[in-house]
Ligand binder design. Structure first.
Ligand code: BTN
Length: 244
């Protein structure tokens, strides 16, 4: 692994995509102390204050059918829960497809972006990982304070962030090297809070209610819509509706 450690950058994903376009090898890992334009799925901002989180992007060159791209996100989600447990002894959950939760609030997110060659092969994938290790000074902004949290409320160790980066990479590499064996499938299912719950599916065409049935062998979410039809989701976002 080759680590590139930046103080500040617009986004480690953007930076890593540029490096990948220029031919950077697999396992080039970009981290930054802060991001001025960190982003998540659906164009959302990913708050990235200095001293508060891990902001990391890994360049990959997977030999994988594009239909299996979800395997990478799932492997990274399990690797993140493994690393958080190893270093902080904290049990976290996964919210399909790419979020890590602690006590019903999001503490980490994963953004996997790929570029494709003319023959539809994956040319490169940038795996972006953002973890709120500590609550930012002054707290989370009001608009996300109901949904966002951190592993710790205040700083605990000056080495934790870098140790977490290394641990995530090692756990992830272990799964990635044998990705199609899906060693992480059972854990991904067991830690997932979405199956067997009523959800709202948020897609580019609007949102609708459904029941999440299960995660299939390709990490897709099987849902039953209110009209009784069954669908298989491979992207989009779901929010879990709590029944009181
Ligand atoms: C999400 O919550 O939808 C995914 C968030 C991913 C954030 C990480 S932080 C490092 C990398 N750089 C970015 O701009 N985004 C990812």
């Amino acid at each position: 692994m080759r680590y590139i450690k930046l103080k500040t950058v617009n986004s480690t994903n953007k930076y890593a995509k540029e490096l990948a376009k220029q031919g950077a090898p697999e396992w080039t890992v970009v981290t930054a102390d802060t991001q001025t334009d960190g982003y998540g799925r659906m164009g959302r901002r990913f708050l990235s204050p200095v001293g508060s989180g891990l902001y990391m992007s890994i360049i990959l060159r997977p030999h994988l059918e594009p239909a299996k791209a979800l395997y990478i996100t799932a492997a990274a989600a399990v690797a993140l829960t493994d690393a958080i447990k190893e270093l902080t002894n904290t049990d976290t959950c996964i919210k399909w497809v790419n979020d890590i939760y602690l006590n019903d609030k999001k503490i980490a997110g994963i953004l996997t972006e790929s570029a494709f060659a003319d023959d539809k092969r994956i040319e490169y994938t940038v795996l972006g990982i953002g973890v709120n290790i500590y609550t930012p000074e002054g707290g989370f902004p009001a608009e996300i304070s109901d949904i966002a949290s951190a592993i710790y409320s205040s700083p605990t160790s000056s080495e934790l962030r870098d140790s977490l980066a290394q641990s995530v990479c090692l756990h992830f590499k272990n799964y990635y090297d044998r990705l199609e064996e899906k060693q992480f499938l059972d854990k991904y299912r067991a830690l997932n809070i979405v199956p067997n719950s009523d959800i709202t599916v948020i897609s580019s065409n609007g949102s609708y209610r459904a029941h999440a049935v299960e995660i299939n062998d390709d990490f897709k979410l099987i849902i039953k819509k209110e009209d009784g039809t069954v669908a298989c989701l491979d992207s989009g976002e779901v929010s879990v509706r709590r029944t009181k």
